[in-house]
Design a protein around this ligand. Structure first.
Ligand SMILES: Nc1ncnc2c1ncn2[C@@H]1O[C@H](COP(=O)(O)OP(=O)(O)OP(=O)(O)O)[C@@H](O)[C@H]1O
Ligand SMILES: [Mg+2]
Length: 324
């Protein structure tokens, strides 16, 4: 995936967000590895692209790789490439995703899902700037800056032996945390306006607006799906309510927002709540999509493969019984 230099700036006026953008500007001038932390949908990829776009290599490739979406048996060959004949289906040489980012930025999303064997190989690349494609005995020099992101508690994974400590420290030369949307509620009107304008332009529809009560409800809701959830809501309301001329009220909002249901914040109840929120979002999306996984994945803004992966993680054994 290439960088779009005309991509809009990440939106947000909250002081804590502005501080993050300042840090982005500082790290963009360097080649340091950055570990971006944050809940699902909070804008980790947006921040990574922003760092790339501000960097001296903005005109070079930005390659985003979702580590969770790569099947475990293919992840090494996809990242590092291979020589013809390295394994049974390797009918020709392939460069791999790391080399395709030559001169630019490699964004490793969901880095916590990388198998331990591949973690070791990635560390070697970060230390030496060299990769060894499968089936090749000569290492290749690659000039690529690495940004990584996760919504996992990597520190806990290190303690449990599921993530290499040396790679963890190597990646987080500069750690950056994107805060959940509920912690910058003041930005909600600005973001909502932006997404409504965007959806109206995409679908050729008039823009909708919110009355004061609806805006207050949006600000108090806990947004477990963060900015992605707000963006999807704005698009849905634009499509469904564009013909109304008066501002939208609370009655136009989905029940979970209307009823002021507050999903507990991860910080107040510990690590598990994040997983519970993700489980709940998946169940809600499946419910809304009447069990259609392709549609549910679309609602969640993830690929069908990632949804299947997450279903397997949260509901082990359920895929077979559900006939997937
Ligand atoms: N600051 C922002 N300004 C405008 N749009 C944003 C901002 N942050 C996120 N978005 C939008 O919200 C959606 C989710 O953002 P993004 O994909 O960067 O989140 P993420 O943290 O990488 O999510 P995941 O954990 O699921 O990978 C995208 O459509 C993105 O364009
Ligand atoms: Mg992402």
């Amino acid at each position: 995936m290439r960088a779009n230099r005309h991509q809009p700036q990440p939106i947000g006026n909250a002081p804590v967000f502005q501080q993050l953008l300042n840090t982005a500007q500082l790290v963009a001038a360097t080649r340091a590895s950055v570990l971006i932390l944050g809940e699902s949908g909070s804008g980790k990829e947006v921040l990574a692209r922003h760092i790339h776009n501000l960097s001296p290599v903005a005109h070079k490739p930005f390659v985003a790789v979702n580590c969770a979406a790569l099947p475990e048996n293919l992840v090494e060959s996809e990242l590092f490439g291979y020589k013809r004949g390295a394994f049974s289906h390797a009918s020709q040489d392939r460069d791999g995703l790391i080399r395709s980012a030559e001169g630019g930025t490699l964004f490793l999303d969901e880095i916590g899902e990388l198998p331990l064997t591949v973690q070791a190989k990635l560390l070697r690349f970060l230390e030496s700037g060299e990769i060894l494609p499968l089936g090749q005995d000569r290492a290749v020099n690659v000039n690529v800056r690495v940004l990584a992101a996760t919504n996992c508690q990597l520190e806990k994974m290190v303690k449990d032996g599921r993530f290499r400590a040396d790679l963890y420290y190597r990646l987080q030369v500069v750690p950056m945390e994107v805060m959940p949307l509920r912690e910058r509620g003041g930005d909600i009107p600005l973001l909502a306006e932006h997404f409504i304008k965007q959806a109206a332009a995409t679908h050729g529809l008039p823009t909708v607006s919110f009355d004061a009560e609806a805006l207050a409800a949006l600000k108090t809701y806990s947004w477990p799906g963060n900015i992605r959830e707000l963006k999807n809501l704005c698009e849905r309301l634009t499509i469904l309510c564009a013909q109304r001329f008066e501002p939208l009220g609370v009655d136009n909002l989905p029940p979970e927002i209307r009823c002021g249901r507050v999903v507990p914040a991860a910080s107040s109840v510990g690590i598990l709540s994040l997983e519970e929120q993700e489980r709940e979002m998946i169940l809600q999306a499946l419910d809304q999509a009447k069990g259609n996984k392709t549609h549910a994945a679309k609602l969640l803004g993830i690929t069908r493969y990632t949804l299947l992966y997450r279903l397997k993680k949260h509901f082990p054994g359920s895929l077979e019984t559900a006939g997937i």
